[in-house]
Design a protein around this ligand. Structure first.
Ligand SMILES: Cc1cc2nc3c(=O)[nH]c(=O)nc-3n(C[C@H](O)[C@H](O)[C@H](O)COP(=O)(O)O)c2cc1C
Length: 168
């Protein structure tokens, strides 16, 4: 599978099969995060994978009681230390974490897995649950696993609506 095929095959899954992710697949997913680019190559992210069933159970309440989360065999959590705003005005930390999570969730597709990013989570509750130090900010959370049944990606805007060549 090449990169565009992984992008095309990705879709958000909110119901996972009762099947663990093979350790060698987890290693590849984590490696995709490790190799992602970071602002000034500072590499301030930690790429956490939660596979402990009790922790996954407790993540539900840290994620606005989205109960379906518990069907996932693993949860990825991206956090980063440092608080640098780049000259462009954006947080380097947020971008680095989002890029790493993108790489990891696309690698997951190559391995037959799917994911669902979560914006509905309490950073403080996730921090407390996973012993994340105070100088780290929890930026991104995603479930990951084998889909219970095949799904499909949500519809996307047409290329005319979102792609711009040269000036807007
Ligand atoms: C930053 C971000 C936060 C999201 N937060 C949630 C969430 O908390 N709960 C949820 O069920 N889906 C969440 N989603 C999934 C989106 O709803 C989903 O990506 C979108 O509907 C497009 O569908 P697709 O991923 O199948 O293309 C989130 C996605 C992103 C990128």
């Amino acid at each position: 599978m090449n990169v565009i095929e992984a992008i095309e095959k990705r879709y958000s899954v909110r119901n996972y099969a009762d099947k663990e992710i093979e350790p060698e697949k987890i290693d590849k997913i984590m490696e995709a995060g490790r190799l992602a680019p970071t602002a000034s190559n500072q590499q301030l992210c930690k790429h956490i994978i939660v596979t402990d069933k009790e922790l996954i159970h407790r993540m539900v309440s840290a994620c606005e009681n989205q109960k379906w989360i518990e069907t996932a065999p693993a949860i990825l959590v991206e956090c980063a230390s440092g608080d640098r705003t780049m000259i462009c005005g954006q947080s380097a930390r947020s971008m680095d974490c989002a890029i790493a999570m993108s790489f990891m969730t696309l690698e997951a597709v190559e391995l037959g897995l799917q994911s669902c990013w979560l914006g509905w989570f309490s950073p403080d509750k996730v921090r407390a649950l996973l012993n994340i130090p105070d100088d780290y900010v929890v930026v991104a959370v995603s479930t990951i696993g084998y889909p219970a049944k095949e799904g499909y990606r949500s519809s996307k805007k047409s290329s005319e609506e979102v792609i711009v060549y040269n000036k807007m």
